[in-house]
Design a binder for this molecule. Sequence first.
Ligand code: GLU
Length: 417
Amino acid sequence: MQAGADEHVSIGQTAQTQFDKAAEAMELDDETRTLLSTPFREVRVEVPIRKDDGTLSVYTGYRVQFNGARGPFKGGIRYATDVDMDEVCGLAALMTWKTALVDIPFGGGKGGVNVDVHHLNIYEIERLTRKFISRISRLLGPYRDIPAPDMYTNAQTMAWIFDEISGRQGYSLAAVTGKPIALGGSEGREAATGRGVVYVFEELARLEGWDPSAMTAAVQGFGNVGTFAATFLTDIGVRVKAISDITGGYYNEKGIDIQAALAHRAEAGDLGGFPGGDLITNAELLELDVDVLVPAAMGGVVNRDNSDRVKARILLEAANAPLTSIGQCHLEERGVYIIPDILANAGGVTVSYFEWVQNIQQFSWDEERVNGELKKIMNLSSQKVHAAAKEKNVTLRTAAFTIAIERVAEAERLRGV
Ligand code: GLU
């Protein structure tokens, strides 16, 4: 993770601090606090693969099942070099609160392999995926634990996972979500996280009396979440002045032409050389004078080192845990309006839930239905968080955690130890 050099705050700690704040505000008893802070199961596996050049590489894979009181564990699998047990555990905790907040019948889990996929070709990534799944397959299944895409995994990865699980458990479409449409995936799943981000923003804008068509934004990250978030923000009239990927940031005062950026990336493979904006750095993008900053890539990008220089008045957390605890304190002191990740990016897992439902029913919904149902859930969740924040005089994040914790705590209490 990219936390500030002197801030050794991990995603695990960030998630725990956020939980503790809410637990404090709601005066949660100590027993429940301990129960809900402890992961149900943490698994670490060796993932050896033979590379195309004949050499052997050994990676480490993780799957954490954080809490399953409300349903099967649910959460993505990421391939990245910062993946470790702490990060996966923190992200699995966030999935627990996210699924509870939007009230879908899942618990929270997360997985990942510590690997730089840029050093592997597609065949090697397939072997890595199959080997990783073979080592954790006993934990997975439609009513046990259901993976999905996350950083550097996609519909193709999910298709391999489906194939591995089906080879062991029989044809199991509902065992994994985010699959290709041709293999039981849902219409609208690919765009769902970005679409949900913008539904939440629109609903909060309505409740706060903001006019999106008079607002500007900067979107960090041009992956699955960032591309769709930038597209849908533009659709509702927000002027997206900057976007970025690993090649840097691209700034255009008049607004970036997102379709042109997508076309450039389709051709060139990344945004490198994109002529539709002036080249800036990712760090500069985070400090731009815009209304809405949308971190849509990695964790910890707004931290102790740069949070004092963030000028945006709204932080829309499309990524998971983009803000460290110290970063959050700094932004809160300055009154920045923070729309928390477990609300803002819950659209992805919500449409994963729709995909699971369609797979179980052997029936598919059209995109209009998927988007309509998604909008209902995102709007209702936004309204609940907004109302709870007002009523209890707490931040949106603490309000969101409070709603989620109450639901998980009640399920735990009813099920008993
Ligand atoms: N990886 C996504 C997230 O962090 C989606 C998880 C899912 O669909 O299970 O929310």
